[in-house]
Design a protein around this ligand. Structure first.
Ligand code: TYD
Length: 222
């Protein structure tokens, strides 16, 4: 499955890092903290998100995160996610990596595997096929998976009341999402690091930094 793929493209100049996890695990706070440490070290840092991250992908995002929770079948939902992802790669991620930037994305293809493939019931094979077509060897070098029990995470999920489609799918769905991320990490230990996000924010940030430093020590030298 997608999670088992070799990480990143060896030819790339920049570094591609994705953050993954269920809704409300605190990804955006941790991304901000990592980005500011890397900026302070003089790196060119691009922070982006999925679904979204380019003009076309943000338009598709609106279709995905608003409206009735059963608005799309898992198949349609996956196709929209990967259509957005292709635009995001073409317009934002690949040009930034090409010039040597550190790209940090809030979610990438592991979210499609967890939400549509596993929790949504589409199956790993379909997501793998889309991955091959859309992403190929342009996947992340490192994936940080922030983990927390779904119930706890949902309590602090998105404050944007317009974007509740996925949160409304309920606790059992979110628990399947959590388990899927843990399975992905097990299948791709060279790419993925799981961090317990229930720890205090600064402790989680220290663990994130040490995971990135361990993999890419040069990024922290000014
Ligand atoms: P996001 O804005 O990251 O939500 P949150 O801040 O709550 O983590 O993502 C919106 C929703 O889209 C989120 O519930 C997860 C879902 N999603 C998928 O189902 N598949 C995907 O491939 C991606 C990228 C996101």
């Amino acid at each position: 499955m997608t999670g088992a793929r070799p990480s990143g493209s060896s030819a790339r100049k920049g570094v591609f890092i994705s953050f993954e996890g269920g809704d409300g695990v605190g990804k955006s706070t941790q991304i901000e903290k990592l980005a500011s440490v890397l900026c302070a070290a003089g790196r060119d840092v691009v922070v982006t998100r999925e679904p979204g991250g380019s003009t076309g992908a943000e338009a598709i995002r609106t279709l995905l995160v608003t409206g009735d929770k059963d608005r799309w079948s898992p198949e349609t939902e996956a196709l929209l996610m990967f259509a957005a992802r292709r635009d995001h790669l073409e317009k934002t991620i690949l040009p930034a990596l090409e010039r040597g930037a550190v790209v940090i994305t809030d979610r990438f293809a592991d979210s499609s595997m967890a939400y549509q493939g596993h929790a949504g019931g589409l199956g790993a094979q379909a997501v793998d096929a889309l991955y091959d077509f859309v992403v190929g060897d342009n996947g992340p070098d490192l994936t940080i998976i922030l983990d927390a029990p779904a119930k706890q995470a949902l309590a602090r999920a998105s404050s944007d009341r317009a974007e509740t489609r996925f949160e409304e799918k309920g606790g059992a769905f979110q628990e399947r999402v959590r388990q899927a991320f843990l399975d992905i990490a097990k299948e791709a230990p060279a790419r993925c690091v799981v961090i317990d996000s229930r720890a205090p924010v600064d402790d989680v940030a220290a663990q994130v930094e040490s995971a990135v430093r361990g993999r890419f020590p040069d990024l922290f030298q000014g």
